[in-house]
Design a protein around this ligand. Sequence first.
Ligand SMILES: *Cc1c(COP(=O)(O)O)cnc(C)c1O
Length: 460
Amino acid sequence: MTTTLRDIPQVQKLLLEPHIAALVDRFGQDDVRDAIRDRLAELRAAILNGQEVDVQRLASAETAGALEEQLARAAKPVLGPVINATGIIIHTNLGRAPLAPSVRAQIDAVAQGACGLEFDLKTGERGRRGQGATTLLRKLTGAEDALVVNNCAAAVLLALTGLAGGREVIASRGELVEIGGAFRMPDVIAQSGAFLREVGTTNKTRISDYAGAIGAETAVLLKSHTSNFRMVGFTETPDRAGLAALAKAHDVVLIEDLGSGILIDLAAHGLAREPVVRDVLKSGVDLVLFSGDKLLGGPQAGILAGRADLIAALRAHPMYRALRADKMTLAGLEATLRLYLAPNDPMQDIPVLQRLGCTLETLRARAEYIVQGAGEGLDLCIKESAAQVGAGAMPGTSLDSIAIAVRVPGQSAKETAARLRQADTPVVGRIKDGTLLLDMRSSGAEDTPGIVAALRGLVA
Ligand SMILES: *Cc1c(COP(=O)(O)O)cnc(C)c1O
């Protein structure tokens, strides 16, 4: 007896079958109906191809199980947690800085309902947005005032639009950087309505180059951190104090785009030296711009810190209204900044800094624990590796690290990597010289169970 199209049951009937009805309770009628329709379409095609099919199986527990898996996969948020085992600590594609528990709790608290975003609880009057973060920024950087926008790119755009629009910005040829994601300094300056005047050469720019270029139309001297590259050999850039004196003498504003601003001296912790915001301001820079989610270790934000009159002008600029940060960002930033104050220890309490400073012994112990927990059937090997800070911070600096090399018999590194990305909590590693590596420095201790589960899943 051959099956015909007529034998295919109606969707409405299938929805009432007990196994399927249970799915409707969980995933809702619409999604289950769509999933069944897809399956019926496949059956129809099979029948028209002359294949023998068993329509009774449609209502079976086996089919319901397959449907459940499909529906659960579709119901999973597209943007969900991932374990960063790439070896790049601040990975822009993976959401940059992981946040500390107290920071997450504060974001959750203000997300729940109303908060005093622009409300002064003491007076009952309208208050200033981001007051908590601003107060801490002043304390931690010595700035007169500060302003928070959505990211550092927005900070650069706002500062140049507000302070140099229609006038001239002088920048060194060696600092006209492209950060990535279409952020190219000459284009941003053009977008701000300012005119770029390039000075110096690719490798050498002196104070005299700036001095020779300053004219009546000059509004801003712009210094930028060459975040994602490093020049070696015969190079020269003017020191900040010299540039600051020049700016002051000509009554123009000195702005520095630091990119990954940092609030503490990392060199004191045995890491590469990066300019500390407080020192940059002390050397006379009028306005410093930096990210909230690079080395600072907080939520995505752009921070402008410096002279009170400049901040006041930018706060009043219409573009600020379009770029200002929301309550969750401001709550997360304030809570992150608090971790820089005693009795907290930023090197321990801020996940990005904790990962930077984590000892090799700790990383190795975690790798050993993971290898033991992963069970039989895999070829796992603990090796020394090199991690990076990422997000354009400390270019060319590599950090000693420990990685687990994962081999599954009969499977390519690419296939294994793809399977780890399909785990309940996806694990993203990196392939080096044909070997899949799970680097320990870019993830945290709390990721250990997830890595073990994903590895176990490879042999299940
Ligand atoms: C990263 C970076 C930016 C952009 O910062 P976002 O927070 O990603 O917008 C701008 N300038 C420099 C020098 C940077 O390193």
